[in-house]
Design a protein around this ligand. Sequence first.
Ligand SMILES: [Fe+2]
Ligand SMILES: [Fe+2]
Length: 358
Amino acid sequence: MRDLGVSRRDFLKGVGAAAAAVALPLNLIELAFADPAQNFMFAYISDAHIQHIKGGKFVRNWDRGLIRAVAETNLLEPKPDFVMFGGDLAQLGTKAELDHGAEIMSALKYKTYYVMGEHDYYLDLGEYWSKLFGPQWYSFDHKGVHFVVLNSILTFDDWTHKRWPTAEQRMLEMAGLDNPNGSPFMVGEKQREWLAADLAKVDRKTPVVVFSHSPIQKLYKGWNFWTEDAEEVQALLQPFEQPTVVYGHVHQIQYNQIGNITFHAVMATAWPWPYPQSYAQADHAMPKQMVPMNRGDPFFERDATGWQTIDTGTGRVTMAYNLYNNRARKVRYNPATGRPEDLEFEDPAKRVPPQDHF
Ligand SMILES: [Fe+2]
Ligand SMILES: [Fe+2]
């Protein structure tokens, strides 16, 4: 938002009112600075999972989620500077799915950046996706913020190249959420070397926002809410004063703090995943105080999908989640505790049943 004569607070109030009326399935992101002329925002759409049936037929629900997000993004006022797509555009990585998804996305009126998801990748190892969308990892600077996009869904070479008789089977094995034949995601050494060189050029005080598909954390291996080399990637980000990682893949609200790094997940336009029963598999599990999203009615078409505004006016991201069929949530960094918090939902007296801590 550039010098439009309204304060950030007024703007966010306006967005909240619009959200109450239409509940957009996208993520609106605002980066706000001490100098209002520097403020800007961008939109974030993720996890569309366009799924081909046959001929010109695609699964209607996933199509509709993305079409709606694109249409609503085009109607945003003030306009976002750009749009980020967070990965899993396709369900099984086929040309038909990627072409159809790209066609829907082409209706966007803004510069659009893309993150690779595992559902886009494991049929042809990203070949067709790259033809459509370009490099699988890259960085760019925008109005004083250094943005990094990673392909975090790579895995061991043996699993990728030697284990499966066909590319189709490899894709199906990785597409299952809880399939024991899957393999842990990773960024990989080559990309980590690139990231180290890229970040070496960036001042430690510069806000750094990293976009990945999988969480750059070890949350729940059984469902691949996991990045195998998360610690190595985190080590490259820790020297910065206020690094943030924003990721898709998990289709639910998550927030966490590891050292200097604040983590936030974004909503999907396709469907919500339930929460794993426990995140307590690793030292880096979600903080005990994190309150899961309320899954009020899993039979509602747009249950637990939604969008959020993101505001870094304090130097840390504040996520304001606007959820279909659910109360809005706000997760913000609290300098006193040094972690992101949802002050309302972390208060047991205010929480709406059946939500509870794990
Ligand atoms: Fe996904
Ligand atoms: Fe995914």
